[in-house]
Design a protein. Structure first.
Length: 256
């Protein structure tokens, strides 16, 4: 069984125009739905690589109040077949630097995009088996050089049970590839679970006497510092209708 290979991309839109993330996410989910009918991957003018094996698992709008730049979108791509599947297909488009690489239907829509390849570690869920959630806790952390696997193992064994008690289910545990200092984790949750966990942490700090404290949340923060070395941030994402990790909402149609 080979490891899962993924790509995460963070996209910014400037100047601040709230319609641009909507236009981008609508365009993205629509054309990836069309890719499901392709028998073979192809490079087409205006939309880069088209392939069923490069699968848009998640397309998210960043919840700006949790610490993201406004406005921002995050996408999570699954490379079916791993290195020899979707990843190879993405690499193939750079062979010869085809001129079609430099033409896109969304030119001038995005201000910047930052992509990072991800490798699943032991215990990372199989994405097709993940139950879609209305919100996702997105963690990006810098760890000591070489400590990515140790940190993620501790997350799986020590933190995941605590978060599960607070309604957060593990969606992905990833080593950022081609470096040895970054990790990404993703957790499905709800608004109620998010709020309840924040209050349980406040109570553990002595800042909320109306709910039960969970001192395990503070204990994990202390434990994590044994692995961390640099920026560590947790923010919230909400999935855009039409991506695999978005729940189907009654009465709401997928954007066309």
């Amino acid at each position: 069984m080979r490891r899962g290979i993924y790509l995460i991309e963070e996209v910014d839109f400037r100047p601040m125009n709230s319609r641009r993330p909507l236009e981008y996410l609508t365009w993205l989910t629509r054309y990836k739905r069309e890719d499901q009918d392709l028998a073979e991957p192809e490079l087409t003018r205006g939309t880069s690589i088209r392939s069923r094996e490069i699968d848009l698992a998640g397309a998210f709008y960043a919840v700006g109040i949790t610490g993201h730049p406004q406005f921002k979108a995050v996408t999570l791509w699954e490379c079916h077949g791993g290195w020899d599947g979707g990843w190879r297909q993405m690499m193939d488009i750079y062979d010869g630097v085809d001129e079609r690489l430099f033409l896109s239907d969304i030119d001038d829509l995005r201000f910047s995009a930052f992509s990072r390849p991800l490798g699943a570690v032991p215990g990372s869920p199989d994405l097709p088996a993940v139950t879609p959630a209305p919100f996702y806790l997105f963690e990006s952390a810098r760890v000591r050089p070489g400590a990515a696997f140790d940190y993620l193992a501790a997350v799986r064994e020590e933190r995941a049970p605590v978060l599960a008690d607070h309604g957060h289910q593990c969606t992905g545990l990833y080593e950022v590839l081609f470096c040895d200092t970054e990790v990404v984790t993703l957790w499905g949750t709800t608004a109620d679970a998010h709020l309840a966990m924040q209050r349980a942490r406040d109570a553990a700090l002595g800042l909320d006497d109306e709910v039960e404290a969970d001192h395990r949340l503070l204990a994990w923060e202390k434990r994590a510092r044994a692995f961390l070395e640099g920026p560590h941030r947790e923010t919230l994402l909400t999935p855009f209708p039409g991506c695999r990790l978005a729940p189907v909402r009654p009465g709401r149609s997928t954007p066309e």
